[in-house]
Design a protein around this ligand. Structure first.
Ligand code: MN
Length: 253
């Protein structure tokens, strides 16, 4: 889905953040009888077991909202290919294996983020975080936030430059793996939070507005160990339109 469609459909539905289509559910297993009926007739033995139904994933990785090379030179195709097709896809694969046949398979990713623990939490949160993160960047990104988000950044941080400085420091100094977030409380007051590993502001009752992945796998191919350069370049592709939408979609306190 293109970003424009993503935003438009969400807006049209009046969707709150929690209902954004960050991971669609797969349809239930298709009826396999039709397929087998079309198969060439083979001499079946009386004891032959029916073929097992194909496994259907509970959670499906959403498509990247732009091409793998679209964010270059900030992030080049090889970096994005590993991040999206190996790391992000891997979280979905692991999560689907972990929830198979369990009550957790009936919950949304957002519900798993706030209710699950251990490996199911880790993989559900990483699945959601990355889907959100891809939308925090755009080939047409950069510039400055407009409207209520821009005004609130001025009010809560003293200006865009001060916000970017605080967010950058948080992202650069976060020890080990994690995410830098711009998040809003129920009173719509904005704050910058650095969270380790897979953690997500939803666990603190905050609404995610913008995020940056600072796991080493997010930047190592393009930037080696230079996280500061990666964070600095992020601002050239930041998707303020998506962040403003997240902020505007919050229920009024
Ligand atoms: Mn990542």
């Amino acid at each position: 889905m293109q970003r424009r469609e993503f935003l438009t459909s969400s807006l049209a539905a009046g969707a709150a953040l929690a209902t954004l289509n960050l991971a669609s559910r797969a349809a239930h297993a298709a009826d396999t009888k039709g397929a087998s009926a079309k198969a060439p007739a083979t001499p079946a033995t009386p004891t032959a077991e029916p073929a097992p139904a194909p496994a259907v994933d509970t959670f499906v990785q959403p498509p990247l909202p732009y091409s793998l090379a679209a964010l270059a030179p900030f992030l080049k195709e090889e970096q994005m290919n590993f991040h999206y097709n190996k790391h992000h896809a891997g979280y979905f694969k692991k999560l689907n294996g972990l929830v198979a046949g369990k009550p957790e398979a009936k919950l949304s990713l957002e519900e798993l983020i706030t209710k699950a623990q251990g490996p199911i939490f880790n993989n559900a949160a990483q699945a959601w975080n990355h889907s959100f993160f891809w939308n925090c960047m755009s080939p047409d990104g950069g510039g400055t936030p407009k409207g209520p988000l821009g005004e609130s950044i001025d009010r809560d941080f003293g200006g865009l430059d001060q916000f970017k400085k605080l967010f950058t420091e948080t992202a650069v100094t976060l020890f080990g793996s994690g995410w830098a977030w711009l998040a809003a409380g129920k009173d719509k007051k904005l704050q910058v939070v650095g969270l380790p590993n897979a953690d997500n502001p939803l666990r603190q009752g905050l609404t995610p507005v913008l995020t940056l992945d600072v796991w080493e796998h997010a930047y190592y191919i393009d930037y080696r160990n230079d996280r500061a350069k990666y964070v600095d370049e992020f601002w050239s592709k930041v998707n303020w339109e998506f962040a403003a939408h997240n902020f505007a979609s919050m229920a009024k306190a």
